[in-house]
Structures are given as structure tokens and as C-alpha cells.
Design a protein around this ligand. Structure first.
Ligand code: FES
Length: 417
């Protein structure tokens, strides 16, 4: 709803008058000379330019006293109460005595009485079940597992009964006691009247003229020019979809002989230095620690276990498929095992480690991997194990890779072999 005489509209070049004067003057003129002015009910007069009235109302301006006070335009569907007042008066005038629209009583009193008793019974039983809920809550403790089970059963059962009985009672009530009639509510056509449309057009034209958008081509054209880059921007986004990744997702930079450098210090590490069982550190390939693009795929965690904790499968040559759910023994050094740090779900760094349970956790969506069994998935949403990196030691005792990963790291993708 808009108040066209809003005191907030001030000043302006409107033929030497203020905007409120301008609008009032135009509205007065329309009320005197043509369609517009106030409706008999004072509820749907158009304010700014001409003032339309709902279809079917008496012709405005013909002996109608002009209403004082702010003029308001009705927008949207009026409430049923006001809709009644907006409907045309029957028989050309005078308020008709109101006739009930619905029959006050059901047609079969005997059947209605029976239904009433059933409904009342349902409601009484619902009340009893509700009290049962309260009693169960007060009396049944939750100190043990069996008590919790009994409490849940009693509380849930009582509450279910309450809603079930209320629902049954309501359905019987509606179907047997309330009238079964169809009511059609009269409504005026939703389309605005010609006068309202004309008034809107005038308002729009006035606004466009007042905005200076038409009169000042410099502003208009520079505004249009300013939006051109925005229109072209989606083309650049499309361009960023390419080029195709090729084999870059299949491989990392890990290869035989690359030392494992501690991420952060950049130092190589020996198996003897990494001797505390339960430890986990992040390492990267020698020469690539500062290469974020490569580290995004090549980050690795190494974990130290006690003897006998790792569950080994058969030995496998680097580059060959590893057995599922088992650690490859000849890819470890002194119970140190290396796994890709890139989660196989959507690629977050999986580096939370639970020492006592030997679980590797991904913080993003809680995928969990068993570090003793080839980092197999024990809780999704990841579906693939973290690939194991074959490691050994070089002549100086530093940990090195003895080959690349034998499968792509990170999230799955369509062409993954
Ligand atoms: Fe690791 Fe989703 S990215 S669980």
C-alpha cells in the first residue's frame, strides 16, 4: 500500500509547485472531470494520477462527496472482510441483511450426536494419554540403558497416542458435524482497470522524466557502458572451464629417489629421527615444497607404528596395484608408512590422527581411514582408501620415495583408470 501524499515526498520542479501540491492538484482535477477520485467506500482510490475505482462501484465524481485525508492505493488481494465491502451493492443500493452462508446444523441430528460422542471420546483419551506422558516423564528414570528404553517407549507411545487421537477426533468432527458445502467467493477481475493502467503509465512517465534518464544522454550512455563488462564477464568464466587437465590428475611429482622433506622446515628426515610410535608429520617431495600447484596433489603424511600394529598384505612392486584394505610391507620403513594427505572425497587435507585407534580423520566431512590397513575407508563419505606411497631409505639414511603413487590421489574423476 502506498500513500501518495506521503509527507516524505518533498520539493521538486513540478510546475512551480511542491510534489505534494502537484500530486494533489492533479488528483483533484481528475476527480472533477473524469474517472478517478474517491471510491464510495474510500478504500480503493488511486492517488497520484486520476485515481481509479474498482469495477462496479458507482461512477465517481457524480454526486459523491470527496473524501478528506490521505489517498491510498490498494495493492494485492483484499481480505475477505474488505472484499465484501468492495463488492458491488446488490440491487443497486442499500446494505442487504446478511444471510448465513453455511447451514448452522448438520442434516442428520442422530448421526451428528453419535459423531459428537466419538469425537469427545477421542479427545478425552487424548487428554488421558497426555497425562500419561507427564506421569511417565516423572516416574521413569533414565539411570540405566533399560530405563532409557522404557522411558523412550512410554514417552513416545503416549505422545503418539495424543496426536493420533486428536487427529482422529478432528477428522470425524469435520466429516460429520461440519457442513459439506462449496462456497464461491466473488472476486473482482485481477486485471487493473484502464484508468489504473493509465494512471500507472503516467506515474512511470513522470518518474522517468524526473530521473533525468532521458534528458541526460551522457549519464544514460555511461551507465550502459559501465554495464557492458558485466555482460561480457560470463564469457570469461566459460573460458576458465578449459583447458582439459589431460593426465595431470593421474600423476604427482613423486618418483623414485625423491627425498621426503618435512613440510614447514624443509629438512629431510631419517627413519631413526622419526622413531616415536603414534607420530604423524606432513612431508613433501624434495624440490617441490614451495610449489603450491604440485603440493596440492603431492602432500603426504607419514605415521610411525609399533611393531605388529600394521596389517600387512603381500609385497607389491611400486607401480602395481596394491591389495585392498592392507598395507604393502615393502613400501614401509621400520613401521613407518606414508599415505597421500589428499582426501579421496573432495580433496581436503586429511591429517587429523587418532593415536589410540589409528584412525586418520578428514575434518571436512568426517571421512575416516584405518591407517593400519592401507588407509582403507571405515567411515564415508570418501569411498577410496588414501593411496600409499612406496618409501625406502637412501645411502645416507634419509627417507625417500621408491616409486610414484600406484593410483591417482585425491577425489575421483570420470576418466580415472
Ligand atoms: Fe574429506 Fe570430504 S573432503 S571427507
Amino acid at each position: 500500500m502506498s500513500d501518495t501524499n506521503s509527507p516524505g515526498m518533498s520539493g521538486g520542479d513540478a510546475g512551480g509547485r511542491s510534489w505534494p501540491e502537484y500530486l494533489r492538484g492533479e488528483s483533484h482535477g481528475a476527480a472533477a472531470g473524469g474517472p478517478g477520485g474517491s471510491s464510495p467506500q474510500g478504500g480503493s482510490a488511486s492517488g497520484a494520477a486520476g485515481g481509479a475505482v474498482p469495477e462496479g462501484t458507482a461512477e465517481p465524481g457524480a454526486g459523491q462527496p470527496e473524501l478528506q485525508g490521505p489517498r491510498r492505493r490498494v495493492i494485492g488481494t483484499p481480505s475477505p472482510t474488505s472484499a465484501r465491502t468492495l463488492l458491488p451493492e446488490r440491487d443497486g443500493g442499500g446494505v442487504q441483511p446478511r444471510q448465513p452462508e453455511l447451514p448452522p446444523d448438520p442434516p442428520d441430528p442422530h448421526r451428528a450426536r453419535t459423531a459428537e460422542l466419538i469425537v469427545a471420546t477421542c479427545f478425552i483419551l487424548a487428554m488421558v494419554a497426555g497425562f500419561g506422558f507427564l506421569v511417565a516423564y516423572a516416574l521413569i528414570g533414565v539411570g540405566s540403558l533399560s530405563q532409557v528404553l522404557h522411558s523412550n517407549l512410554a514417552l513416545g507411545g503416549c505422545l503418539s497416542l495424543v496426536f493420533l487421537l486428536l487427529g482422529i477426533g478432528a477428522v470425524i468432527w469435520v466429516r460429520n458435524l461440519m457442513p459439506t458445502v462449496e462456497i464461491t467467493e466473488q472476486r473482482h477481475p485481477m486485471r487493473s482497470t484502464e484508468a489504473e493502467r493509465a494512471a500507472f503509465k503516467e506515474t512511470f512517465d513522470d518518474g522517468a522524466a524526473a530521473s533525468q534518464f532521458v534528458k541526460r544522454p551522457l549519464v544514460r550512455r555511461t551507465l550502459i557502458a559501465a554495464t557492458v563488462p558485466l555482460a561480457v564477464a560470463p564469457l570469461f568464466l566459460l573460458r576458465d572451464l578449459g583447458p582439459l587437465p589431460g593426465l595431470s590428475l593421474d600423476k604427482t611429482v613423486w618418483r623414485k629417489g625423491l627425498r621426503l622433506l618435512v613440510y614447514g622446515t624443509g629438512r629431510p628426515i631419517t627413519a631413526a629421527e622419526f622413531s616415536s610410535p603414534g607420530s604423524l608429520i606432513t612431508v613433501g617431495p624434495e624440490g617441490y615444497l614451495d610449489n603450491d600447484d604440485q603440493m596440492a596433489k603431492a602432500a603426504v603424511i607419514i605415521i610411525k607404528f609399533r611393531p605388529g600394529q600394521l596389517v600387512f598384505g603381500p609385497p607389491v612392486e611400486p607401480g602395481h596395484p596394491s591389495p585392498p584394505n592392507l598395507t604393502v610391507p615393502n613400501w614401509t620403513v621400520n613401521n613407518i608408512v606414508a599415505y597421500s594427505k589428499i582426501c579421496t572425497h573432495v580433496g581436503c587435507p586429511a591429517a587429523l590422527y587418532e593415536q589410540t585407534t589409528h584412525k586418520i580423520l578428514c575434518p571436512c566431512h568426517q571421512s575416516t581411514f584405518d591407517a593400519t590397513r592401507g588407509a582403507k575407508v571405515i567411515f564415508g563419505p570418501a569411498t577410496r582408501a588414501l593411496p600409499q606411497l612406496p618409501i625406502g631409505v637412501d645411502s645416507e639414511g634419509f627417507l625417500i620415495a621408491t616409486g610414484p603413487f600406484n593410483e591417482p590421489v585425491g577425489p575421483s574423476f570420470w576418466e580415472r583408470s
